[in-house]
Design a protein around this ligand. Sequence first.
Ligand SMILES: Cc1ncc(COP(=O)(O)O)c(C=O)c1O
Length: 440
Amino acid sequence: MKSTPIPSEVVNEVIDAFGVHPAGKATIRELVKIVNDIEGITGLEFIRMEMGVPGLDPTFVGTEAEMIALRQGVASKYPNIEGIKPLKEEAARFIKMFLDVDVDPVHCVPTVGSMMGCMATFMVVNRSDEKRTGTLFLDPGFPVQKQQCLVLGHTYGSFDLYDFRGDRLEEKMEEEIQKGHYSSILYSNPNNPSWICLNEQELQTIGEISRKYDLTVIEDLAYFGMDFRKDLSKPGVPPYQPTVAKYTDNYVLLISSSKAFSYAGQRIGTMVISPTLFERKYPDLKRYYTSEKFGHAMIFGALYSLSAGASHTAQYALAAIFKAVNDGAYNYINEVREYGAKAVVMKALFQKYDFRIVYDRDLDEPIADGFYFTLSYPGFEGPQLVEKLLYYGISAISLGITGSTRTEGIRACVSQVRRDQFDVLEERLGRFHEDHPIPK
Ligand SMILES: Cc1ncc(COP(=O)(O)O)c(C=O)c1O
């Protein structure tokens, strides 16, 4: 047997001990554990592409504001569940400046990351009508959101958006909606993992469908402003981050601070509820909450029962970050552009060794360079490829776990890979290619 960059007996031992076969069927966090264990035993560093951990320093104004708040003693006080005033005000301003959408501070609520914002949203949206408890996912997507639906006992359906872009979207959505008992639609834009970016026409379609079938759109903006083909970085100046909020008043926006502001560790995000939806009354909500009003049920029902608000200091951090970007004093997109620049180099390396980009088009353009890209290698299914690459010191996840129909594919995340690892990546890809020649 040929030797591999990571000793095969260690990889085998760790995978066997973990008990998920092939290892590529594992969830993101399980793969993190497998790779940590292999690195721990061998002392050899992986090219880590399995998890979307920001690879940049946290936004400085955030950590400074947080330390000041901590010294001032906010740690001993329960934060208001609705969020502290300066954060709510700057969040509403951010929505105006970067989405060109009008909401009031009352509609902007901090959450413990978008993960928790999403859980709370399912808890209210999918309980607003007792006859409808499901979410239609425009996949591929972030696997744990389906896990959230499952643990809540909600149903879900999905289709692979890539096959139904542009004019084909409306018919496909209608077909799916008529099959299920949906109360909500969820997608991320830019999309994790394919990095396709829905355009205004598609968002208009989604907005119209939301109005026609009375469905709440959960728009996950975890990669806010990160379509680097356009300059979305100037406050109050077009172009803006495209959003469904322009086309329906039945929406919840989830704005993560993790990637855009490199603030994943502090678990803080912002939920923005459409002003109309916030006030809307759903009698069926009274089954779970004291009020039938959506906004009230969300804050004093769902968010209260989940964590009674978001960490006090992190709220001060996010207020300061929003203020700096709203004032134009800090251009957050200039920082995260590095992900796109690394993607250019990494994609070229993979392609040099006969890997293919799976989701390679964004309508009539090549897919943009961003936080993720997708890969396949002739002769492999996704889970097998993920497992095989572990022997070459490269970690990724299988597209199968994202709801993708491209079962041959894997997702690569650029964020944790350092530029000084590019030579090692190339060497390992070369070895992989040599050991797995493509039949002519
Ligand atoms: C599409 C998507 N939504 C939500 C999240 C979670 O965001 P947060 O860290 O704010 O909980 C992620 C993180 O990777 C993501 O990719």
